[in-house]
Design a binder for this molecule. Structure first.
Ligand code: APR
Length: 310
């Protein structure tokens, strides 16, 4: 039997998720949105069914606003909520999106209690916290997508700056999905060569800053709405690692219970994503300077989470 992927939110990111999940034949796809947008999602689903002959995939894809349709889903990816507009921070979305995530969490809890859940909605680290709190799902079953996206951006900017293939850039970004996130130049390599040996300190500083502000750079260009291609791909990479037990090590917002000195908070850390879900958090020995940066991002996420009244 095919796997089932439920996409909660069928907007910009949701529609790209549906297309990628179909093209990768991850399973049958349900796109769920609010009743007023259900017909649009039905249309998007039908359009994707009609793309299948040339897209070369077999998948049943439907649009709906009824949680019954996500029943038994193996994976749930949540993008429901408002995106940013120019001049807004991710935290400005908190009050609107918290209600949406609580509603979504209840629907998922009722109809897909075994699903591996990937949260994309911003402010990410707080929304994944709320989703976990409302569902009461075990921690291995709920993660936030952001670190995978932040790392993709870090790798992309390095490749662009140095004129090398992005395939050869390896590295990671820790922390919350905001301007305090912690790219780790010390542990980044280009074809095995340390980044710190082939880029100048000025270049590295520029790359770190651009990565931290990457989402905002796109919001400014759009004026309204935020990035959708790269967030969608990042979530699909995580879903695929779970569904195919690829055992990828990806930075995700995972519930830390002592790791990195953090307790009871979802924050971006390197995670082993397997058929068990978020199987394991890998701890990195950070330098004093990196630790200080990490504590700063933890403080920001703690503040946002403390404002979540649930
Ligand atoms: N239940 C289901 N869907 C909902 C609900 C709800 N209660 N409330 C809103 N939605 C839907 C909207 O109708 C819309 O179709 O969520 C969708 C969001 O899509 P977009 O507005 O296009 O936003 P998108 O760019 O996809 O980003 C979604 O991900 O990266 C984050 O910051 C971004 O929080 C935003 C989220």
């Amino acid at each position: 039997m095919r796997k089932k992927i439920a996409l909660i939110g069928g907007g910009q990111i949701g529609q790209i998720l549906a297309m990628l999940a179909a093209q990768k034949e991850l399973g049958d796809i349900v796109i769920l949105d609010v009743p007023g947008y259900a017909n649009v999602c039905k249309g998007k689903a039908l359009d994707l069914m009609e793309m299948a002959p040339h897209g070369n995939y077999d998948a049943n894809i439907i649009g709906t606003s009824d949680y019954k349709d996500i029943e038994g889903a193996d994976v749930v990816i949540v993008t429901a909520g408002k995106p940013r507009e120019a001049g807004m921070t991710r935290e400005d979305l908190l009050n609107v999106n918290i209600k949406i995530i609580a509603e979504v969490a209840n629907g998922v809890k009722q109809y897909a209690p075994k699903a591996f859940c990937i949260i994309v909605t911003n402010p990410l680290d707080a929304m994944v916290y709320v989703f976990h709190k409302v569902t009461g799902f075990p921690k291995h079953q709920v993660i936030g997508m952001a670190g995978t996206l932040d790392t993709a951006r870090w790798r992309a900017f390095i490749a662009m700056e140095l004129g090398v293939s992005v395939a050869d850039v390896a590295g990671t970004v820790l922390g919350g999905h905001g301007p305090d996130m912690v790219p780790l130049p010390r542990l980044t390599t280009v074809g095995g060569v340390p980044l710190t040996e082939i880029a100048t300190p000025e270049q590295i500083e520029k790359l770190v800053n651009r990565t931290r502000e990457a989402g905002t750079e796109i919001v400014k260009l759009f004026g309204k709405g935020s990035a959708f291609f790269s967030p969608a791909w990042s979530a699909i990479v995580i879903a695929e690692s779970y569904l195919k037990d690829k055992r990828r090590v990806l930075p995700c917002a995972a519930l830390c219970e002592g790791e990195y000195g953090v307790n009871g908070l979802f924050i971006g850390v390197p995670c082993l994503i397997s058929a068990k879900g978020m199987e394991k958090i890998f701890e990195i020995k950070l330098t004093e300077e990196e630790k200080a940066q990490f504590q700063k991002t933890v403080a920001s996420v703690t503040k946002t989470v403390s404002e979540c009244k649930i």
